[in-house]
Write a protein that binds this ligand. Sequence first.
Ligand SMILES: Nc1ncnc2c1ncn2[C@@H]1O[C@H](COP(=O)(O)OP(=O)(O)OP(=O)(O)O)[C@@H](O)[C@H]1O
Length: 395
Amino acid sequence: MIKSKSFFRNLIKSFKFSSGKERQNEDDLKKIAKREQKHFPFETLVAATKDFHPQHKLGEGGFGPVYRGTLDDGREIAVKKLSHSSNQGKREFENEAKLLARVQHRNVVNLLGYCAHGMEKLLVYEYVTNESLDKLLFKSNRKELNWKRRYDIIMGIARGLLYLHEDSHTCIIHRDIKASNILLDDKWVPKIADFGMARLFPEDRTHVSTRVAGTSGYMAPEYVMRGHLSVKADVFSFGVLVLELISGQRNSSFNSNVDAQNLLDWAYKLYKKGKGLEIMDPALALSAASEQVAMCIQIGLLCTQSDPQLRPDMRRVVVLLSKKPGSLEEPTRPGVPGSRHRRYRRPHGLSSTAGTSGGSDSRTSESTFNTSTASTSALASPLKSDPHGKRPMQS
Ligand SMILES: Nc1ncnc2c1ncn2[C@@H]1O[C@H](COP(=O)(O)OP(=O)(O)OP(=O)(O)O)[C@@H](O)[C@H]1O
């Protein structure tokens, strides 16, 4: 189900305050709020989060802090507060608001509403109880994540991505699929979150060329090296995440005493020797269904193949995951996940996410890599260039 167009239009309008028109816009916003009940008064969010009390802080992303809160009617919410210091953050914040207002799916985090109050810009989400996957997967005691749960998480993320790529009203490429952007609810249902990087994708193209933004360890090689963006970049990141879920290891800080450059290389080499199951997280020993794990390893390797054309699309991935383990095509060599000329987008002085297992080098970052003028100008209609030399934003 798609949210109303007017919610989307009004949401965008509310973020486009210019100082002279601020009063008028605030009045408009109140009218909209009354009509749609999507606008949260600032005071409601102050009360819900106990004035953004540090004890309510869930973490801090590239936009700024995220707080947990409870509304008067008992609903639990997460409030993302845009940090004042980041222009880049402001664009991504608007981007997240725009894109999330358009989508609604069981495996995509639900945006409940928004608040624009003077300088303050806030987004209000459903609170997702078990928080982000990285906080569970990369800690030493991860027994709660048994195989059935991990398999269901893989399937849920695949369905969420399929929806974004093919079943929402425009194709959306997330561009930043990673463990910390997957939230888990009380029933362990995964919800894709953090749409700051996401891009609407023109229907008549197989790929676009763009500036590179994403997270080390998850970015597809063709995207990092050539700025070549297609749905297959998300498929690659999904494949990395599948192998992380099976092995319990971060690709970005893979540090094994084995002859392999990274997690993908390690998995591929073992797979070729018929020993793929050796990558399995020892914490899965009691719960794993070996045939299903082996199938998921193969799907992870198919998704991370170097050649994007050989990677399956998400519809095929969902089909493969739904089938009984059986014969699948042979994966070719995996691509080397990218990390090229990266620059962290976190505003200076912001701390890293609170409450994580720490030590993550997998922060969202943006590359200064530029693509050919010809291919970039071909985007003039759906995507316009950012005059400040950062990546293009959709119009
Ligand atoms: N709806 C939500 N429910 C519960 N926790 C949430 C919710 N949204 C965000 N969080 C938590 O808030 C923290 C910050 O999230 P945010 O999406 O802003 O950044 P991030 O994904 O950690 O980092 P980056 O912006 O660099 O990708 C995360 O640790 C996440 O667990």
